[in-house]
Each structure stands twice: as C-alpha cells, then as structure tokens.
Design a protein around this ligand. Structure first.
Ligand code: ADP
Ligand code: MG
Length: 730
C-alpha cells in the first residue's frame, strides 16, 4: 500500500561516499585528483612528442586539417593513458538536436592475424578512429535535412574540449567530444552552431576592440558559468508514478499543506542523505575536471542547486551536459531520482539554469568588468552597450532559443523570469546610462567613483548591490545572467543565439564607430556611439517587477515581443527577417534554421502527447477506480447509519464527493474527445496550436478536478504518492 512504500523509502540508509585515499588511509585533496579522468590540451602537451603538439596547436589556431601522423601519435598516447585507467571501450560523444547527448561504443580490441589461422587480440586505437566516426544517423532528428539515401552522419573530434572517461559500476568508457554533421556538412547537432558562434563573436569583437585602441587583441572568448537547479525525490516514489517515469514531472497532485510558504528550505541545512549525494556528485565531477563550487538548497522543498566556476563557453557547455548526466546517475546510487524538468511539481517553484555570460580578451580581462583605468571603463561601457543592442535587436529569437514545453510552465509564473525579454542593469548603472544620454553629470559618492578620464563622462560606481530576481537578463556586476534558460535544456542553443546576436551587434557598432572616428577623437567618438546605442535600445531596459501585470502592458506599449508560449516563440524561427542575423554570423544556414524549427515543433507535439497519454491512463485506470471504491465506501457507510442526525450530516460528504466525481468524469470525457480529435490531424503545426489553445486548458481542468478529489478520497485508496511525501521525506 501507499503507506508501506512511504515507510520503506524513508528508511533508505545514507550511502557512504568512497574517496580516493593515500597509503596511510588519508583522504587525498581535490587538487591532486582534479581532472584525473580527462585528457585535454594540458595532458597532450605533457605526453605528446613536441612536434606533434606543435602541429596540433597550429591546427587549432588556423583551423587546418590535422596531419595523419599527428593524429596517430595522439591516438596512441590517448590509448595508452585510457588503457592504464582500465578503459575497454571508446565512444564519440555528441549532442544531437534532441537536446541531450548520444554515444556509440566500440571496443579498443582489434584482431591481428599471426601465423596461419592463429588469432591474436590487441588493444588498438587509430588516428582516424579518434578523429572521425560514422554513427548511423537515421535515428537522430535531422528536421528533414537528410533524405534516406544520404542518411549518413559523421562525428568529428573537437580537440578544444578534453576527452574524458565515464566510470560506471560495470565498466569504463573513453568519451571523445565530437561535432555531428551530415553528408553535405550541415550541422546535425547543437555543438557545431555553438563553436561557429564562438568563432564569429571573437572576430567581430576583435575588430571592434581594435577601433577602441586595443590594437594587440587577437581573440575574444565568451565565458559561461551555469547554475543548475534540480529536484531530488525518493526513487520508490518515482516508480509509483507513471507521470514521473514517462515525463519527469507530475501531471496530478494536490498541493501539500506545507509547501514553500515558510521559506525555510532556502539555504537551510542540507539533509544528510542529500549531502552525501552531493559529495559523491562533486567527487565525480572533480575527477572529470568540472570545477563545481557551490551547492545549496533552493527555494522549493526538495529543490537544490549546483554551480561551477565559469569556463570557456564550449567547455562549460560540455561540462553542463556531463553534470546533468552525473546528477542523474549518482542520484540512482543513493536511491533517489534527480528531476531536471522545469516544472516537476505544480504550485511550487520550477527549475531554471542561470547562464552567467561574459566575454574576455586573450589577456583574460573580463570586458564587462568596470576596470581601473579610464580606458578600461570606456571599454566596459562600450561593450555593455553592444550587449544592450544585441538583446534589443534580437529579443524574439533569444526567446525562441529557450522555448520548450517544460519551460512554458515556468516562464511568466510567479517565480521565474517572464517570457518577455528585457535587461536589468541595477539602479546605479541605470542612472549612469541616463546621465550619459542626457549629458548631465551624475552625483556619486566618493567610494563609488571610478575614473573615466573624459571630461563629459559621469563617474561610474562599482557598487552593484541591488538584485532583481524577476529579470530574465540581468547584469550582476561583471557579467550578464540569462535566467530564462530551462533546467533541462542544453545551453548550446540559447548561448549560440546570444553569441550570434552580440557578434552582429559588435559588427554594426564597429561600422558606426568607424564613421564617427572620421570626425572625432577616439574617446569622444566612442562616447558618441555609446550615447546613440543607449537611446536606441532604451525600450529593452527594465528595472521594475517583471512579474507584474503592469509590466506586460508596459512592454506591449514599448513594442517588445511578448511570446508567452512555445508555439508563439517557435513561429519566430519561421520569420526570415528575424533569423537573418544567424545566417549573417554563419551560426546557422537557412536550411539549418528551418530544420531546427521543424524538430522543435515535432518535439513539442510529441512531448505533450506523451503527457496527455499518461494523464489519460492515470485518470482512467488509477483515479476513477479509486473514486469508485471510495463512492462505495461512502454509500455503504451511509446506508448503515441508523441515527437520523448523523445521516443528515453525512449526506453533505456524499453530495460533495458526488459533485467532484461528476466533474472528474465530465472533464475526463471532454479531454478524451479533444485529444482524439486532435490526433486525427497530421499537420504538426496545427497540432502544436491545438495543443496550446485547446488541449492544455482541458488537461488543466481535468487536473484541477482530480486534485480536489485527492483531498476527499480515503488516503488508503489513493493510488499515488502525494506531494508532501515526495517533497518533504528526505
Ligand atoms: P551570483 O551570486 O551573482 O550569482 P556568483 O559569483 O556566485 O554570483 O556566480 C554565479 C556564477 O557566475 C558562477 O558559476 C560563476 O563562476 C559565474 N561567473 C562569475 N564571473 C563570470 C564571468 N566573467 N563569466 C561567466 N560567468 C561568470
Ligand atoms: Mg546567480
């Protein structure tokens, strides 16, 4: 029964986490095993012959083809290292457009024919096995870019991201980070566009910075630190819920009397079972060279967060995908299930993935950090306005980049950033921009002052203490935080869109600056550009409450795109004018954009279809039968009552239940009829809109009815673990 499952689960013992120990049984410090399961550029420098390493570096710098000998030499060093760690298989690890990762394993072994018919098995790993693979691509989405006769897909090694070993109880596998593309070079994955966007952003930013006077800058890199939110619930509860098993979120469930209203979970002490889970996650991540730094409880009960130290974007993106895998895998070892869904439980906070984004030059200076010299501060303001312009011009596509059925439950709800993209700068920076715009001096206190060195420029404060949790895109001192990204999403998509937007904005701003430089001295020309951009992009800046209805009205007045649902947002990808910047920056071709649109529509429809099918099953074969039993219980006991006054009182209970039962049955019938009708259509685009306009509202009505029933039906008869059990029993 429910109660015994409940008891058994709370008794799950805390798992002890194994640590690497030295000969004396003392724990080895993190610094000594950090990255021990990775083989990246640092290890290559150490292990490869000097010439080969030089060749590899040249290949990376000039995007040339890797010489065959070098590839062989790298492969052999990699094999030696991997075999010494007990690895038997290798795989090309790639990121198909499903949003997750894929791998195809091959053994290292190879057969050597010795004398006569004698076979010898040896460990072998060649350069071409390292560099290229040909997984059967037909089972990965291509969005119509591939006809069956050319169903081939290729994977190619991305040497900028370290190779790593995945250790499982039943074996170790060497994973090779790769891009995945089709016969004609079309991107079939999320990594390729990300790499392209990083490249373009660098080129355009370098051009711009040169005009600013940074003549020796060669490279600009986007940096990324991903805060990952997740829920943990007992595995035994998940097994009892078809919705959690199939969709990763609850489709039914009345709110627990105690949810998050006391706000006592956030930064509260971490339960010991969870702490040991976290320790094991961190241990695994450190071995994989992932610099995870913070862990804490989140706002909702059973919700937690993990954040690493920021890294180069491509690596940070790979690392986030790996982190999600490790979270899921380690949770199971602790008898837990890690839910990465954006909205696993209605009525309490959902999960997001804050993308902390900035750009750095090749000296490692953060270009969004106000600096120590007048030049650095002018550069800071210039780059800041370039970002403002990027977000202002491409807000609709940035919104499309975070669209998913899961995120629809979160965006615009009372705890997550709204679906309207705007930028929060904090009141001081806001004052500074306003005074630059008006040409009036700013009043600032002494400690807030940093020198800009140009007479007409006001002083900039370094004090960014205020925070606005309701903004989807917030400046937090030395970086922007894109908070609207969903917790289960691959960051590659939103980040490649953002990089592309910023790249094009650098490009356009450089063109304008070049013109201004013909007429004015440099600092004045830069100031003039900044002023112009501030004026032009004013509508995107919003410091107020993003949850309020006033903001919706105001945003509409300002002409900002309001794309409340995934269908609204996806239709943006069909608008050639809006997506042109992705083509101009060579991040995606027209064909690739179209295919991504089709895949997103299809995934939206399929995901919700799965939810609706499981909802129908849950209500039809669990809930309604439980209600029938309860009905019988009610009427039997009613009939057995002899006291007239008791009977009269009890009649109220019967009536109330009958009312709810009627609503459950009628909303169930309506929902069934609607889903069946919609499934007759083969037009995916029409189905997407049917779902959002018609089916979803009907499914929510059904859910509401069932949730009211949960509060009436005898606890013994209720077929599913309840919210309070799943959320509060740790
Ligand atoms: P906050 O409290 O503002 O969220 P933290 O310092 O805890 O700030 O940082 C949150 C995340 O932002 C971390 O992952 C951190 O590494 C990352 N971060 C800090 N600086 C940068 C940067 N320059 N570029 C990208 N991410 C950064
Ligand atoms: Mg943060």
């Amino acid at each position: 029964s429910r109660a015994s499952a409940f008891l058994a689960s709370v008794e799950t013992p805390t798992r002890k986490v194994e640590k690497i120990k030295d000969h004396f049984g003392k724990e080895i410090p993190i610094s000594e095993y950090f990255g021990c399961m990775t083989f990246g550029l640092a290890q290559m420098r150490e292990k490869l012959p000097k010439d080969d390493y030089t060749h590899l570096m040249r290949t990376l710098d000039q995007s040339k083809k890797l010489p065959k000998d070098t590839a062989e030499s790298i492969a052999s060093a990699v094999k030696e290292w991997a075999v010494s760690k007990g690895v038997t298989h290798f795989c090309h690890w790639f990121q198909p457009m499903t949003g997750s990762t894929a791998e195809k394993h091959d053994a290292f072994i190879s057969i050597q024919h010795a004398h006569h018919s004698e076979l010898r098995v040896i460990e072998r790993f060649t350069g071409s096995q390292l560099i290229q693979g040909e997984p059967d691509a037909s089972s990965f989405p291509s969005g119509g870019m591939r006809s069956t006769f050319e169903a081939r897909g290729y994977t190619a090694w991305d040497p900028t991201s370290p190779l790593f070993i995945v250790e499982e109880e039943n074996g170790k596998t060497l994973c090779i980070p790769t891009v995945f593309f089709g016969y004609h070079g079309q991107a079939l994955d999320n990594k390729t566009p990300l790499l392209r966007s990083v490249d373009t952003l660098s080129k355009d930013a370098v051009d711009f910075l040169k005009l600013l006077g940074d003549v020796d800058v060669k490279k600009v890199s986007p940096t990324l630190g991903v805060e990952q939110e997740y829920f943990l619930i007992d595995k035994k509860f998940a097994a009892l819920r078809p919705d959690l098993l199939l969709s990763g979120r609850t489709l039914l469930g009345a709110s627990s009397a105690r949810g998050q209203q006391l706000e006592d979970h956030y930064f509260g002490s971490i339960p010991s079972r969870i702490k040991s889970f976290m320790q094991e996650v961190e241990f695994e991540l450190y071995k994989l060279g992932i610099p995870v730094k913070t862990r804490h409880n989140e706002v909702a009960p059973a919700q937690f967060e993990l954040a690493p130290i920021f890294e180069d974007m491509n690596i940070a993106s790979d690392h986030n995908l790996l982190t999600m895998e490790v979270l899921r895998r380690v949770a199971l070892r602790h008898g837990l299930v890690c839910l990465l869904h954006e909205k696993p439980f209605a009525g309490i906070n959902g999960s997001g993935k804050h993308n902390n984004w900035s750009i750095a030059n090749d000296k490692g200076e953060n270009l969004l950090e106000p600096g120590h010299t007048p030049h650095q501060n002018l550069r800071f303001l210039a780059c800041l306005s370039v970002v403002l312009r990027a977000v202002y011009n491409h807000a609709a596509v940035l919104r499309a980049g975070i669209a998913s059925p899961g995120n629809d439950h979160r965006l615009g709800a009372n705890e997550a950033p709204p679906a309207i993209i705007s930028v929060f700068l904090g009141s001081l920076l806001e004052d500074i921009l306003n005074s630059i715009e008006s040409g009036k001096a700013l009043k600032a206190t002494d400690e807030q002052i940093i020198d800009l060195g140009v007479s007409q420029i006001p002083d900039i404060s370094k004090d960014y203490t205020d925070r606005n949790r309701t903004s989807p895109f917030a400046f937090t001192g030395n970086k922007f935080e894109f908070r609207a990204v969903g917790s289960s999403q691959s960051v590659s998509v939103p980040m490649s869109f953002l990089n592309a937007a910023v790249a094009l904005s650098f490009r356009e701003s450089a063109t304008e600056l070049r013109d201004l430089l013909k007429k004015k001295k440099r600092d004045e020309a830069v100031m003039e550009l900044i002023r112009k951009v501030i004026k032009e992009t004013k509508a995107i800046r919003f410091n107020g409450n993003g949850y309020s209805d006033e903001w919706k009205a105001e945003a509409k007045k300002r002409g900002l795109p309001i794309l409340s649902t995934t269908p609204d947002a996806l239709d943006v990808l069909k608008n050639k004018k809006l997506t042109q910047f992705l083509v101009d920056t060579k991040v995606l071709t027209k064909e690739e954009i179209e295919s991504r649109y089709h895949i997103a529509v299809e995934r939206y429809v399929k995901t919700i279809d799965i939810e609706h099918t499981s909802l129908i099953e849950m209500v039809g074969v669990y809930i309604i039968p439980a209600m029938e039993k309860h009905m019988k219980l009610l009427s039997d006991s009613h009939d057995s009552m002899t006291s007239a006054s008791l009977k009269k009182l009890h009649k109220g209970r019967v009536d109330e239940f009958e009312k709810v039962f009627t609503t459950v049955l009628s909303t169930y019938e309506q929902f069934l009829a609607k889903t069946e009708k919609s499934r007759n259509s083969h037009d995916e685009h029409k189905r997407m809109w049917d779902i959002v306009k018609d089916l979803q509202p009907a499914s929510f009505k059904l859910r509401d009815a069932v949730d009211s029933a949960e509060l009436l039906v005898s606890d013994e008869l209720w077929p599913f673990p309840k919210y309070r059990e799943m959320l509060l029993a740790h």
